[in-house]
Ligand binder design. Structure first.
Ligand code: XMP
Length: 321
């Protein structure tokens, strides 16, 4: 498939869809393909393109890595079932936490997630299903940042010289590789996906592991999951590009009920951005920040400190890992 960028102003969503459906059909022939649906804009769009091209010959999986947000697997699967697309949940929590055990370096954590996803989980699914292709929603920006050496996005393989057929036993097909996020939202809308999908803020492939500084354990993911739920509830109407909660690696002294409480720190980020390449912190009102601090310190056990990040990208990146 082609790899040069199609800019939003040059995109004709209807034609793009027709062309990609034809290309997917031609590439898979009469065989089977798999795809991993996370419920984000990119993977949802690929799921719909793949389903249009292949129907029941597309096996769509939601990988429950233990790193997803509150109730995410259930919500995503039922939404797609409502659209007529069957989705199977694969429980891989043990495998992901085992691979992440003891790791604190961001790029090592990303690599562990990539290997667990492609080699362990999809390697096994390929052997079980007989599918020889994996459709995935890699986009133009993912490739750009990885190739520039800024961050190894979890889904970049061939662009780094990895032969997926040789290494994992299947070929990766990337129908969205020419588009950035705003163009993908247009295609999602044209495919008939609901607004809650095509307007969804981006969420990283490594999921909440991208927001845990230090070791990623089920307990630490649960802290960030609870804080994320509060941040998303409070900031979803701000019109911001993306908003997130981060669990810091070190603890700080706080006070609870008159006693010392050596607790967790949560950092909140809320970004204004067009395409995630650059970004600036949203000028949230003090009332909003105050409410966030109050809800997070009362609603998430163990948290004694909440901060708001005021840095631009660059030099920051959107996610801390
Ligand atoms: P950064 O943190 O690099 O993020 O400024 C830019 C955008 O990409 C998202 N992101 C990812 N998306 N796989 C993805 O599919 C990844 O590994 C990944 N890492 C970051 C991030 O949420 C932001 O929108």
């Amino acid at each position: 498939m082609k790899s040069e960028e199609i800019r939003l102003e040059d995109l004709h969503a209807g034609k793009f869809i027709e062309q990609k459906v034809d290309e997917i059909s031609a590439a898979i022939g009469t065989g089977l393909a798999m795809n991993a649906l996370s419920g984000g804009v990119d993977s949802s769009t690929v799921t719909m393109l793949g389903y249009r091209a292949l129907g029941e010959r597309l096996k769509t999986y939601f990988v429950e890595s233990g790193l997803m947000r509150h109730d995410e697997p259930k919500k995503v699967v039922s939404l797609f079932e409502g659209l007529g697309v069957p989705v199977e949940i694969i429980d891989a929590q043990e495998q992901f936490f085992e691979a992440l055990k003891g790791l604190t370096d961001p790029e090592e954590k990303r690599e562990a997630i990539t290997q667990t996803f492609y080699s362990v989980v999809f390697g096994q699914l390929v052997r079980g299903s007989g599918a020889k292709y994996l459709l995935q929603g890699t986009n133009y920006t993912d490739v750009e940042e990885t190739v520039a050496g800024i961050k190894r996005q979890h889904n970049i393989l061939e662009q780094l010289g990895i032969d997926t057929e040789e290494r994992y036993g299947y070929t990766v097909i990337e129908p969205l590789i020419q588009l950035r996020k705003p163009a993908i939202r247009e295609v999602a809308r044209a495919l008939g996906l609901p607004e809650e999908i095509y307007r969804r803020p981006p969420f990283p492939g490594p999921a909440l592991a991208a927001r845990v500084i230090g070791e990623v354990t089920p307990q630490r993911v649960e802290v960030v999951r609870r804080a994320t739920r509060i941040v998303e509830e409070e900031l979803c109407d701000t019109g911001a590009f993306q908003y997130l909660a981060i669990l810091h690696g070190d603890r700080v002294t706080g006070i609870r009920e008159g006693r010392r409480d050596y607790g967790f720190q949560i950092e909140v980020r809320c970004w204004d951005s067009k395409d995630a390449i650059t970004g600036s912190p949203t000028r949230l009102s003090y009332d909003v920040l105050d409410k966030l601090a109050d809800r997070i310190t009362t609603g998430v056990p163990g948290v004694v400190s909440v901060t708001y990040n005021i840095t631009h990208k660059p030099p920051s990146t959107i996610e801390p890992i």
